[in-house]
Design a protein around this ligand. Sequence first.
Ligand code: XUL
Length: 516
Amino acid sequence: MFLGIDCSTQSLSAILIDDRKIVYEKSLNYERTFPQYKTNHGFLRTASQVHSPPLMWIEALDRLFQDMRSEDVPLHRILAISGSAQQHGSVYLNDSFSSRLLDHTNTLKENLEHAFSRKTAPIWMDSSTTNECEEIRQALGGKQAALEMTGSDIFERFTGPQIRRFYKTEPEQYQKTTSIALVSSFMASLLSGCIAPIDFGDGSGMSLMDIRKKGWHPKAIEATAPHLLKKLPPLAESSKVIGPVNPYFVKRYALNPEALSLVWTGDNPSSLIGLGLIEEGIVGASLGTSFTYFGALKSFHVDPAGEGHLFVSPTGDYMPLNCFLNGALAIERMRKHYQIDWAEFDKAILKAKPASGILLPYFEPEIIPKVLNPSVQRIGLDEKDVPANCRSLVEGQLLSMRLHSKWMGLKPKVIYATGGVSHDGPILQILADVMNCTVYQSAVAKSTALGAALRAASGYYSSKGHPRSWKETVAGFTDPIPSSRLEPDPKNVQIYNRWIEKYAACERDYLKNLSQ
Ligand code: XUL
């Protein structure tokens, strides 16, 4: 059996697979399960800063194993474990971290309480580093140079600018930091009992990695903070075996002592595998806290506008990705505003006519297009018209996805939808109509954790000298739900083909006013 764990913004999830099927699934919501951390949806917000407490992730990992044990999950049969995590977030460790990882007489939380040089970890929703982005961009020679070196322009949430801000605002604590981890490599460290490498996929979202050579980029490291190279772990492939699991989990939970602990990656690269997007032609739309749109690409191709990203995929190829911050949380904000539940939201969408107004959905600072001081804009929409507002919100989110993803040149034949919102039929129909493309719902909403379990299997077989192709690895796991197939409605496709021009014009006007 192979275990995949996903440490996302709002929850910690696990999927256990045997050779051909999922045998166990579990999800722990941070806000509900660990109220003592006082997070809202798993994060803490102060002005423009958005952080999460790493101790909460640690406690969640222990709870997950406790629950699996009390639910008689056959932990002794697990051969390998891998994982995925929200991308870009960074965890700052002091010199006691490694030595505190192994003691099984206390909980991991008790062991690690004093192992941090920064109590909280800035996460991908943080947008407080605009100045640092500009400093790094200038040092690298501008946006185009940054794109060519790292696959992306420099973004507020990317790890490099976050590290630079920490160094500038808390230089003493930065100095006390002996190791900086991504959320993914931090969690992998807990499971392997030593400082874990960062994989090439999650490493691509740091503004620190040479995306072609797959090594730390000396110029980017120098532009970010002093002595940084010493604080970073090595880079590695996402299916690399680190070693046997941390004995802590063997002694406390009777996990198989020979189980292998593998390198983790980011949630989006892991989802690529969990959705089975190993060849060009099928595209993934992850409709979770953020909405992301991505696919597999053989060749190096960056977004000339610098809005999107190119990451290394777990298969060793590339994956272009666009991330829209105003995803599920924006829908939740609107539901709260009108005091309606999900079923009522769906009814509202179905009741309203397509394209009855334009809503620019910036409830929170947006990544694409860049909006740092958010405000929701309604054009031709009466705020009191609940159905029209609900439908226009989803249309706005998905028109923006289509508009800004052209650069990828993916020309999908089919879109596989995953993430919490992918259960929502009316929203998926709008996706099919806006994109003019067949849409399927992925059979597993947690494609990130499934991708992790499949990567664990792949790494395990390779390490035993019996490598399996990715096609073989994902076979039988990643077929979407056949009955969820949605075809675009030709009438609505025509409407949206015209409407997208209007949406683009409204967006341009809004952005122009922002920059004046
Ligand atoms: C991707 C991104 C988000 C997070 C969400 O660049 O920032 O999708 O990975 O967990």
